[in-house]
Design a protein around this ligand. Structure first.
Ligand SMILES: NC(=O)c1ccc[n+]([C@@H]2O[C@H](COP(=O)([O-])OP(=O)(O)OC[C@H]3O[C@@H](n4cnc5c(N)ncnc54)[C@H](OP(=O)(O)O)[C@@H]3O)[C@@H](O)[C@H]2O)c1
Length: 284
């Protein structure tokens, strides 16, 4: 049975890809089952958020939507201000989807381009931005007692299969690996307090972040990815943890890659990714 646990969601990176399709999927479920739903949709491109708001209004007129510009690399006060503005308009916010992210240009460590600068925004957005969003969200949840409401609260962070460590994607891989560890720490710190934590680990889902890449194994559509994400986010409490999206075949591969000896991983991964990169990585 399709379950939608929360009456409200705050989503970063909602203007495109997974964030956008997740908002549409949640709205469709609410409309179908007559569930109350409020969505706080944030990103840097307001015009895309406004288009999404119109689409949701056509699909699910009863769903309340607040759009807000939020760049997750802004300072902490600015992130806090956006959350409190959304609360003022929509009421209690129960589930925060920490989704905003960017990909890195394919680049080897120490590349002759002398362009480490391209790596910095990846860490600033995917890791520091995600941590700052999570920090503000957890403070908001505690200060407003959202975790003490019957629905409780949930932080959902979007990592990546690349967190295992992929050649020519060092900053992206590191940003996602560190985010997973950060969410593990939150899971321990908030255990038993009504703040659930889920780390979504997608494989390849067809969105603008990877549409330039020539090889996208086991690719699924953004619509299918959103369904799988929405399902994974309904698992709470003791069940909350890592969710591979889609489950098949990534959960199997995740288990294998986490258990094989490191030397085998180090031998296999560069061979697996060789020739997949169209740009810098091939030249260096
Ligand atoms: N698609 C996949 O196969 C896949 C696989 C693994 C992990 N992921 C992760 O899934 C998440 C969503 O990616 P996607 O696939 O949906 O890609 P996408 O279509 O490119 O969407 C990325 C979203 O992040 C937002 N964003 C980027 N920088 C931001 C910033 N500084 N502040 C606020 N929002 C920002 C973008 O909106 P604005 O530009 O309007 O701000 C956009 O809405 C990312 O964290 C990505 O790493 C995706």
């Amino acid at each position: 049975m399709v379950k939608q646990v929360y009456p409200s969601y705050f989503i970063t990176g909602a203007s495109s890809g997974l964030g956008r399709h997740l908002a549409l999927e949640l709205a469709a479920r609410a409309a179908k089952h007559n569930w109350p739903l409020s969505l706080a949709l944030t990103a840097r491109r307001l015009e895309l958020l406004e288009e999404l708001k119109k689409e949701i209004a056509a699909l699910a007129p009863a769903v309340r939507v607040k759009t807000a510009v939020l760049d997750v690399t802004w300072d902490d006060d600015a992130i806090w201000r956006v959350i409190t503005e959304c609360h003022a308009e929509l009421g209690n916010l129960h589930c925060f989807v920490v989704n905003a992210g960017i990909a890195a240009t394919a680049r080897m460590i120490g590349a002759s381009d002398r362009n480490f600068a391209v790596e910095r925004p990846v860490l600033a957005t995917n890791l520091i931005g995600a941590m700052a969003t999570t920090d503000a969200a957890v403070r908001y949840i505690r200060e407003n007692g959202i975790n003490k409401t019957p629905e409780q609260a949930h932080i959902v962070g979007i990592s990546s299969f690349s967190s295992l460590g992929v050649t020519n994607r060092s900053s992206y891989s590191v940003s996602k690996a560190a985010l997973e560890r950060y969410l593990d720490i939150l899971r321990m710190e908030s255990a038993g307090q009504g703040i659930h934590v889920t780390t979504i680990i997608p494989g390849y889902i067809d969105t603008p972040i990877n549409q330039h890449r020539p090889h996208r194994p086991f690719l699924i559509t953004a619509e299918a990815g959103a369904v799988a994400m929405a399902n994974a986010m309904t698992v709470r409490g003791g069940g909350a943890g890592n969710a591979l999206v889609p489950w098949w075949p990534w959960a199997i591969m995740w288990t294998v890659f986490n258990w094989i000896p490191k030397w085998l991983y180090f031998w296999y991964v560069p061979r697996m990714t060789k020739g997949h990169e169209p740009d810098q990585a091939k030249r260096d």
